[in-house]
Design a protein around this ligand. Sequence first.
Ligand SMILES: NC(=O)c1ccc[n+]([C@@H]2O[C@H](COP(=O)([O-])OP(=O)(O)OC[C@H]3O[C@@H](n4cnc5c(N)ncnc54)[C@H](O)[C@@H]3O)[C@@H](O)[C@H]2O)c1
Length: 267
Amino acid sequence: MSTGQANSGSRVAIVTGAARPWGIGRATALALARRGYDIVIADVRPDWGAEAAESIARETGRSSLFVATDISDRGQVGELVGQSMARFGRIDALINDAAINFPSRTEDFTDDQFHRLIGVNLLGPMLCTQAVIGPMRAAGYGRVVNLASTAPFNPPPASMAPVSLYNAAKGGLIGWTKSAATELAPYGIVVNVVAVGGLSNAMGSDEAPTAEREEYMLNVVHRGQLPWGRTMQPAESAEIVAYVADAPNHALLGATIHASGGRVMPL
Ligand SMILES: NC(=O)c1ccc[n+]([C@@H]2O[C@H](COP(=O)([O-])OP(=O)(O)OC[C@H]3O[C@@H](n4cnc5c(N)ncnc54)[C@H](O)[C@@H]3O)[C@@H](O)[C@H]2O)c1
């Protein structure tokens, strides 16, 4: 049985979906670099990805590497872990942040939409986790954080944002996390979920958030459900993800940590 303690030396985190300049993934990569991690960014956007790796290294002085990766492709995920190990020789943390979303209804979703969304949002995190088990098990230490959402707990109104497929994937991600946590704990690998929400940041948008969007999210979408009276910033969610990724022991295991500024407060 592993002690679950990190080896000495610089720790290394792979963050999927860390390329988008105003996303939670990018903010998480920065938060982990500030905590002393070297960073591997895995994303389908080479334009944003290369710039993200460069800017995080410049700002924090840590090493960073961008590996163009579609996380729903087993071969590309293998390449990601291979390149990470070749460059850094260890993987201490995996942040499964990358995800997609588009409107989907139970009534009329297609097989293609199902496979596309489940492929990225559920199969992707499972493939990435499977691929890091070898190096983490050999080290007797590892941390996996899966990004979920408030949506499976309290979906937005279907008239505003129908999220059938997204919720099927994120609900599945939460359920699978508990199995992975149980299976991998003996190797010193700790797996948890952070369910983020209450943001104004539109998933997948190529546009930086605007004041109008903030106003719409606060007063229309999240109306009355944000006790702070403002939306969460990606950097605030990212701090919680980085904190969970740094968990010193197994006490937090298979848990769903809600980081939505009170948007949902499940019992
Ligand atoms: N933004 C929100 O309001 C919100 C709310 C609840 C939950 N979340 C969850 O938080 C996480 C981060 O969301 P975000 O909106 O900050 O997005 P983000 O910008 O952090 O992540 C999206 C990134 O994933 C990348 N990506 C898309 N498909 C990919 C693939 N197949 N392989 C690799 N990379 C891929 C994109 O290029 C982008 O850089 C996601 O898991 C999302 O489901 C977000």
